[in-house]
Design a protein around this ligand. Structure first.
Ligand SMILES: *Cc1c(COP(=O)(O)O)cnc(C)c1O
Length: 463
């Protein structure tokens, strides 16, 4: 049944982690186990998709390689539930990898987008909604005085790095091992042979010369950051970091870590960039910078701020941002940037999310789910390590704390895969990889959380 993957699995783009994966759907067959989810239509679509789409998908993580199986195809979503091509209903904790903080097909977003569309999808001429979305971002996110809207998180990080280089007149970038910033050439890079040596590409197609402009250090390790600055300080344009790591599972910064990065950058004239494409409007309403009280020089946003439509943004102080074209010399542009549909969806999402109590309520529901899962795991005697920051969380199948990439990748990915399929068979969709976040939305209700915990009780008994 279905497609058997080529044995060599390409690097998983949405997560920088290469898991050792078995091809094929884990020996799952309806004949041998009638309780598994019916994926007949999905498997057929996947076979068809593979003829014209590379690996059947338009973004690698969607191929479910991280859990060794075939993806289901989605037909529709409403609130916290998606319905797949075979009619299965699944409680969704992936939410399009984070953006859908109001749930699927939210009525407010739908109305806003319909109204915008009826006035025209794109002009390439300024519209008022762009001002209103920018104002909203500036109001909520501490570091922002001015923003530039773009079309994806990748575009935001790529552009922020160019701005940092243009502003400082320096070339080197420091990134953190296990942080993901989109598929930007200079950020698909891992550490070279030593901590203070320049990076090497993690994907073919990235010139060594570009990779060599990036240095990589472990998360939650201020001493390593100090060491690269000691070796290369006067050439470092910026440090880019997910202030709450969300692409190696969810890992919070240890107390004082973000402050130490700020201090090191300030001391050496480098810019600190918080990549808040995931943590923005999730770690707290104002992102990790609000939660931890550290204001970076620049930040990047995406996901939630588009309400499900393609959007990214980056911004910071007016002084730095005014180095961008058309005011300054650093060039960056976009035909569809700030387009009416995306800005309408984003505004509707942020308006709803910033109403009193809404964010806190979503966060509380995630705490309830996490607490319940923790109890179940303990009762079953399965070691797990749980993290939660705001409305994003992770259940690591790991005995002991997870503070960085090395500890994250020591998780039991086989057990996670079993957990994933067991939950799917019971109508609950968690991320198809140990190294992705679990997200909560406004639309999830008590009944969904209870149903999830009931399913988890059954599944943990089989792990
Ligand atoms: C998702 C993500 C990106 C990339 O955003 P895209 O819209 O997928 O290009 C960048 N940084 C972080 C932290 C992300 O989670």
């Amino acid at each position: 049944m279905g497609i058997v993957f080529p044995v060599k699995v390409a690097a998983c783009y949405n997560s920088p982690i290469n898991v050792n994966i078995q091809p094929g759907p884990l020996g799952r067959s309806k004949e041998s186990n009638p309780d598994i989810m019916n994926m007949e239509t999905s498997n057929g679509l996947f076979e068809e998709a593979n003829k014209t789409l590379v690996g059947g998908v338009n973004s690698p993580v969607r191929a479910f390689n991280g859990v060794g199986g075939n993806p289901f195809f989605v037909r529709s979503g409403k609130g916290p539930v998606i319905t797949d091509a075979d009619g299965n209903e699944l409680i969704d904790y992936v939410l399009s990898w984070g953006p859908l903080i109001l749930g699927h097909a939210d009525a407010g977003i739908e109305t806003a987008v319909r109204e915008a569309l009826s006035r025209g999808a794109s002009f390439g001429i300024p519209t008022e909604a762009e001002i209103r979305l920018a104002e909203k971002l500036v109001e909520i996110v501490p570091c922002l005085e001015k923003v530039r809207l773009v079309n994806s998180g990748t575009e935001a990080t790529m552009s922020a790095i160019r701005l940092a280089r243009g502003y400082t007149g320096r070339d080197l970038v420091v990134k953190i091992e296990g942080c993901y910033h989109g598929h930007v050439d200079s950020l698909l890079v891992k550490a070279g042979s030593g901590l203070t040596t320049l990076g090497v590409p993690t994907s073919p197609g990235i010139p060594e010369g570009i990779a060599a402009t990036t240095l990589t250090v472990p998360f939650n390790d201020p001493a390593a950051m100090e060491a690269v600055f000691k070796a290369h300080g006067e050439n470092i344009a910026c440090v880019i970091v997910e202030p709450v790591a969300g692409n190696m599972g969810v890992i919070p910064p240890e107390p004082g870590y973000l402050a130490s990065l700020q201090k090191i950058c300030k001391g050496q004239g480098a810019l600190l960039i918080f990549d808040e494409v995931m943590s923005g409007f999730r770690a707290a309403l104002g992102g990790a910078q609000e939660r931890y009280g550290i204001t970076p020089d620049l930040c990047t946003l995406g996901k939630v701020i588009g309400g499900g439509l393609p959007v990214g943004a980056y911004g910071g102080s007016a002084e730095i941002m005014d180095h961008l074209s058309p005011v300054g010399p650093v060039y960056q542009a976009g035909t569809l940037s700030g387009n009416p549909l995306a800005t309408a969806a984003g505004l509707a999402a942020l308006d709803a999310l910033s109403q009193p109590g809404v964010f806190a309520n979503i966060e509380a529901k995630l705490t309830e789910l996490g607490t319940g899962l923790g109890v179940i795991a303990r009762e079953a005697g399965i070691p797990v390590y749980q993290t939660q920051v705001g409305t994003m969380a992770c259940l690591f199948f790991h005995d002991g704390p997870v503070r960085n990439y090395a500890e994250a990748t020591a998780s039991d990915t086989e057990r996670y895969a079993k957990f994933f399929w067991g939950m799917l068979d019971r109508g609950v969709y968690f991320a198809p990889s140990q190294f992705e976040a679990c997200f909560m939305s406004r639309a999830h209700e008590e009944t969904h959380i209870n149903k999830t915990l009931d399913a988890a009780r059954e599944v943990f008994a089989t792990l």
